[in-house]
Design a protein around this ligand. Structure first.
Ligand code: SAM
Ligand code: DTB
Ligand code: SF4
Length: 339
């Protein structure tokens, strides 16, 4: 029996960091039902009693970004650049986090359309926002581009739970999507975050025109990080007008199901987040993703600059799927406001 067979046929899971491309491709291309069954077995053993975590997103600094990511409406290189948006202040960000908590979110993710963090008033405000979100008893995640080790340490001291920094696609496809930074720079930032003691949120996007081999290669880089990223967001491209990818063919929803299931098997204990592009997936495919081991969604009417399913329709989706969610804050708040 090969290592691959033993990782997924027994009622146990293994944390490995030596996944080969062949092993990952074999999983990704398995007959769908076999893949789903293998992913479910791993998920139930690795994460008994798991709940689906609701994370809300807020764009603190929108648009005007110097990087040239081909998928992103916030890049100055794309004609969709969302300009003229002032930076949000600490009070309004913490208020949004409170509202997200009352709607049922456990985690609050804040985004800055920056190439890198620079020291100064905006960074001090970021630290204050992190402290504010943490004081609500929520997990706090920041995504703001590259940073120095010293900045990572200050974020850790402020109580930051996780830093989101995606690898997006395979090393060999990266240059086709972004030319203003390298894969190596991404990996170095992740290393700084990790050594400061902050957990890593790192994933990618499908639908960028990549091949199956690119997806396999992205998954291999993620799974061979040691330890695995604690959080792995999987996005389906939201094709935004004015970006070079605006006319990309839409992703077959089952491709996302396969990505989620494979990620679950090779990174058994990581939180796999079904991220951007849920509106295009449809209800049934989202439920299949939850079945395949996705254990988080972005919850809230908007992502950073694009829309996301409405809160009410997500509550219905989660209830129809029959998954466990920690609704304590939502229920307490609803009781308080209705009495
Ligand atoms: N500037 C920071 C950075 O790039 O790390 C943070 C913000 S950036 C918007 C966060 C992530 O959102 C990107 O790495 C990418 O994976 C995802 N993203 C951005 N635009 C997207 C789109 N149109 N469709 C799907 N995912 C997208
Ligand atoms: C991630 O992987 N996806 C989220 C979060 N991390 C920051 C962002 C999705 C952005 C989708 C496009 C937009 O709304 O601008
Ligand atoms: Fe800037 Fe991030 Fe958008 Fe790239 S993905 S253009 S780095 S905001």
């Amino acid at each position: 029996m090969t290592t691959l067979d033993t990782s997924i046929t027994e009622n146990s899971y293994v944390l490995r960091h030596d996944w080969t491309l062949e092993e990952i491709e074999t999983l990704l291309e398995k007959p769908l039902f076999e893949l789903l069954w293998a992913a479910q077995k791993v998920h139930r053993v690795a994460n008994p009693g798991y709940q689906v975590q609701l994370a809300s997103l807020l764009s603190v600094k929108t648009g005007g970004c110097e990087e040239d990511c081909a998928y992103c409406p916030q890049s100055i290189h794309n004609s969709s650049d969302v300009t003229g948006q002032p930076l949000l202040d600490v009070k309004s960000v913490v208020e949004s986090a409170k509202a997200a908590k009352e709607a049922g979110a456990d985690r609050f993710c804040m985004g800055w359309a920056w190439r890198e963090i620079r020291d100064g008033a905006d960074f001090e405000a970021m630290l204050e926002m992190v402290r504010g979100v943490r004081s609500l008893g929520m997990e706090a995640c920041v995504t703001a581009g590259m940073l120095t080790y010293d900045q990572a340490t200050q974020l850790a001291k402020a109580g930051l739970t996780a830093y989101n920094h995606n690898l997006d696609t395979s090393p060999s496809n990266y240059g086709n999507i972004i030319s203003t930074r390298t894969y190596q720079e991404r990996l170095e930032t992740l290393q700084k975050v990790r050594s400061a003691g902050i957990s890593i949120c790192c994933g990618g996007i499908i639908g960028l025109g990549e091949t199956v081999a690119d997806r396999v290669s992205l998954l291999q880089v993620l799974a061979n990080l040691d330890p695995h990223p604690e959080s792995v967001p999987l996005n389906a491209l939201v094709a935004v007008e004015g970006t070079p990818l605006e006319n990309s063919e839409s992703v077959d929803p089952l491709e996302m199901v396969r990505m989620v299931a494979t990620a679950r098997i090779i990174m058994p204990k990581s939180r796999v987040r079904l991220s951007a592009g849920r509106e295009q997936l449809g209800k049934e495919a989202q439920i299949l993703c939850l079945l395949a081991g996705a254990d988080s969604i972005f919850y809230g009417d908007s992502l950073l600059t694009t829309s996301n399913p409405a809160l009410e329709s997500d509550r219905e989706l989660l209830s129809q799927a029959g998954v466990q969610v920690n609704w304590d804050d939502y229920e307490n708040y609803s009781k308080k406001t209705s009495s």
